[in-house]
Design a protein around this ligand. Structure first.
Ligand code: PLP
Length: 367
């Protein structure tokens, strides 16, 4: 999708907030721990190339979810290791090698399939995924881990790391977390060959579970300045949200009592009211369930009234404002603040999804 540059709707990304969040986390873990910045899904909507370019001196590598995201970074000149967190089918190995990406290998079946083709796996960089209880990908026993590592090494792969992923590191109840941690620790202790990098720490683990860090971090949401638990757990130190979403009034009118607004006429003015129109909608990621939530105009909360359309939303204003008046959807305006977590609460979802769903139609502006 082409980005719409000639509308006042834009996401402002403060790259220095991202680098200071990374430093803040690094200051709270042992110095020997390596840092991988997770920039999958276009860096959670912040722009993968911009974020990776700005942070590459601070980190030891990046994580993406698939090879196309890795190739985008390589083509932009990123040289650090890039770990692909998802499973890549063996047929793509030549491309992975061309771009010097690091693959996640999640089963013995993958290796057997690659060898049956046959594929040249020599010098392929790999990490082993361990399923300690998340239930998505990875080996589920020590025997499979040992067989897989031995087989990969025999095929000439460089087995650089082994990792697992926690399902509940962002929750107050840590029973499931402790079970996964114990399983992974025992598996690592039993390995015939232990790779250099052992990692299990997403943002939540790095914030609340120092015992789950091992020797590398995979930091996603926290570097963008948001709390991975939403509001369940409080942050042990300050981090700064990097993204704000702004637009401007493009139409303002006074309507009499009894005027309908929007598709389905779901809103009817109860008195004479000022209604403003904003140039964004669900095609920008401002989903229909935002009806009834607020935006910020001149430091005041103003409700979204009527349905959210594909490209426009309507708000109720306390008075008339000139066209071009700034409107904040995520971020600060005067003394008021709407966070991505507040937006998520309204939608019954998580802040991660709010950021990832901002579409390519919204330009990203960097400072
Ligand atoms: C997305 C992802 C992360 C980062 O998670 P955050 O909660 O954003 O820190 C880390 N590891 C894996 C395997 C992931 O898929």
């Amino acid at each position: 999708m082409i980005s719409s540059l000639h509308r006042p709707t834009l996401a402002k990304v403060d790259l220095s907030a991202i680098s200071s969040n990374i430093k803040q986390i690094q200051d709270h873990v042992p110095q020997s721990v390596k840092t991988f910045a997770v920039v999958k899904a276009n860096a959670y909507g912040h722009g993968a190339v911009a974020v990776a370019s700005h942070t590459q001196r601070l980190v030891d590598g990046f994580c993406v979810s698939n090879i196309d995201e890795g190739i985008e970074l390589r083509q932009a000149g990123i040289r650090k290791p890039i770990l692909v967190l998802g499973v890549v089918l063996p047929g793509e190995v030549p491309l992975v090698r061309d771009y010097r990406l690091t693959l996640t290998i999640a089963s013995l079946e993958w290796l057997e399939l690659a060898q049956a083709k046959p594929l040249d796996l020599s010098n392929l960089l790999v990490h082993i995924a361990v399923d300690s209880g998340m239930g998505r990908i990875g080996v589920r026993s020590l025997a499979e881990a040992n067989d897989l590592i031995a087989g990969l090494r025999q095929a000439g792969c460089q087995v650089k790391g082994i990792f697992t992923h926690f399902a509940t590191a962002d929750e107050a109840d840590d029973r499931k977390f402790q079970e996964q941690l114990a399983f992974f620790k025992e598996l690592v202790a039993g390995l015939d060959y232990c790779p250099e990098l052992v990692h299990a720490s997403n943002s939540a683990t790095s914030l609340w579970h120092s015992e789950g860090i091992f020797n590398a971090l995979r930091l996603g949401l926290v570097i963008y300045g948001l709390n991975p638990s939403g509001q369940e757990l409080s942050l042990p130190y300050k981090i700064k949200p990097a993204l704000s979403l702004e637009t401007a009034l493009v139409h303002v009118k006074k309507v009499p009592a009894g005027a309908d607004v929007g598709y389905g006429a779901t809103y009817t003015s109860s008195q004479e009211e000022w209604i403003g129109t904003l140039p964004l909608g669900y095609a920008d990621g401002w989903t229909r369930d935002m009806q009834g939530f607020d935006v910020l105009v001149a430091g005041q909360r103003c409700p979204i009234v009527g349905r959210v359309s594909m490209d426009q939303i309507t708000i109720r204003l306390p008075q008339s404002y000139p066209l071009g008046t700034k409107v904040t959807l995520i971020g600060k305006n005067g003394d008021q603040l709407i966070s991505a977590t507040d937006v998520a609460q309204q939608r019954g979802t998580i802040n991660y999804e709010v950021l990832c769903l901002l579409s390519d139609r919204v330009p990203r502006e960097y400072k």
